[in-house]
Design a protein around this ligand. Structure first.
Ligand code: ARG
Length: 463
């Protein structure tokens, strides 16, 4: 008979579990992804047990060696995972027992699966954050490069997806660089906060053995042990912070993705997406579909879903550990996988896309995009109160619209009809180039300001 988890803890159990019980209870189907972290944590624990004399030094060494063999078997793909053994912790321990005999049973001294899984999972999320940060860095660099390549190209800036004012391509790209930078900050914050070791909390109350929690914390790269054993085994807020930061990052991705979908359409033609990130249609030969961008637009669905799912699992759980919490892992794994994939794909897409200068500038010049410049001119040159300038400009826009032309196409006489003080000089501010150049304020769209930001990023003083 193959070993079941009952044999690991089944002293008081006469009967084995129902087959459905085994199916619903087992987590090995997914928590095998914690194998490396589980073994790393167990090795640190064994070392501490040896160092403190809780376990004989030679036994601790044998355990540590045996665990390396188990890890090699798992990473080599040769490990036979067993559902009957429920989870990664018991799969590893059972195999360790096969390898080194009953001495393996000493590993679980002064420990519980509760502090074990909390430790493993923190280590996993910490690694996931590091991977995510790397991908965010790459996306950030791609945005800076894209801004740098065409920093002063003019495009329409939108509010309500209606033409608002001309802006620069570099400025638009740098807006996303800001968002990605804040995303990095959120993941870093979460990492710093979660970096405490649950190990030693044991089942919930701590342990009667004279363990050294600082030693295991240090060995695992944690800043310190968790201060409260009940909290250590029972919260998953670190996973929720990861999912929260992931949701916000995915939301940012979805906005950029949506812009790429719109911009690459035949109606906008602002950018050409490279063949590497698009697909054809099986029926319409002319099509080049922005599938990657669409999928990135969609990823927030599952990532926020994971966030909501875990938050809901945790809601109302009494202290301390409850098996409900086993439902934490799949959500986090899925969200982490898809966020990483999405970030990498977005970095590639941004790096590869080609903006179309003519289309961008033509669009920037249409839709009365310099109406605000005209109003500002009336204030500056004629001393009108802004509200009155706004009114005069509105009348000019209506006039142009009626004539089917843009603002710079109106004659001076037509202009003066709305306000007699207007002079030829007004035409100077109606061009999009002047418009963006005049936004020469900190954080503004003027090419010089954009250049300044690019240099600041490149100089690393904002990394
Ligand atoms: N597989 C379990 C989980 O993911 C490990 C902890 C089990 N602890 C327990 N007391 N049953 O949460």
């Amino acid at each position: 008979m193959s070993k079941s988890s009952n044999q690991m803890w089944g002293g008081r159990f006469a009967d084995g579990p129902d087959a459905l019980m085994e199916a619903i209870n087992a987590s090995i189907g997914f928590d095998r992804r914690l194998a490396r972290q589980d073994i790393e944590a167990s090795r640190a624990h064994a070392q501490m047990l040896g160092a403190t004399g809780i376990v004989d030094g030679a036994d601790a060494d044998a355990i540590r060696e045996g665990l390396l063999t188990v890890l090699a078997e798992i990473e080599g793909g040769g490990f036979a995972f067993s559902t009957a053994l429920e989870d990664i912790h018991m799969n590893v321990e059972a195999r360790l027992t096969e390898l080194i005999g009953p001495v393996a049973g000493r590993l679980h001294t002064a420990r519980s699966r509760n502090d074990q899984v909390a430790t493993d999972f923190r280590l996993w999320v910490r690694d996931a954050i590091d991977d995510t940060l790397e991908a965010l860095d790459a996306l950030h660099a791609a945005l800076i490069d894209q801004a740098d390549r065409h920093h002063d190209w003019i495009m329409p800036g939108f509010t309500h997806l209606q033409t608002a004012q001309p802006v620069t391509w570099g400025h638009h790209m740098l807006a996303y660089a800001e968002m990605v930078h804040r995303d990095r900050g959120r993941f870093r914050d979460a990492r710093a906060r979660m970096n405490e070791s649950p190990l030693g909390a044991a089942a919930l109350a701590g342990t009667s053995f004279p363990i050294d929690r600082d030693m295991t914390a240090r060995a695992l790269g944690f800043d310190r042990p968790c201060a409260n054993s009940l909290d250590a085994v029972s919260d998953r807020d670190f996973a929720l912070e990861f999912l929260g930061a992931a949701s916000i990052a995915a939301m940012h991705l979805s906005r950029l993705a949506e812009e790429l979908v719109i911009w690459s359409s035949a109606q906008f033609r602002f950018v050409v997406l490279s063949d590497r990130w698009t697909t054809g249609s099986s029926i319409m030969p002319q099509k080049k579909n922005p599938d990657a961008a669409e999928l990135l637009r969609a990823k927030l669905g599952r990532i926020l879903g994971a966030n909501v799912a875990l938050l809901t699992v945790m809601k109302g759980l009494p202290l301390t550990y409850s098996k409900d919490m086993q439902e934490d892992k799949e959500q986090v794994f899925d969200a982490a996988d898809h966020l990483l994939l999405a970030l990498r794909a977005m970095a590639g897409m941004v790096a590869d896309m080609t903006p179309r200068r003519d289309a961008l500038e033509a669009a920037a010049a249409s839709g009365f995009s310099t109406a605000t410049d005209l109003a500002d001119w009336l204030v500056r040159e004629l001393g009108l109160p802004f509200r009155e300038a706004h009114h005069v400009t509105g009348a000019l826009v209506a006039r142009a619209e009626k004539a089917g032309v843009d603002l710079p196409d109106l004659t001076l006489a037509e202009m003066q009809h709305e306000h007699p003080g207007i002079t030829q000089a007004v035409f100077g501010v109606l061009g999009v180039r002047n418009s963006v150049a005049s936004r020469d304020v900190s954080g503004g769209t003027a090419p010089g300001r954009v250049r300044e930001q690019i240099e600041r990023w490149r100089g690393g003083d904002r990394a």
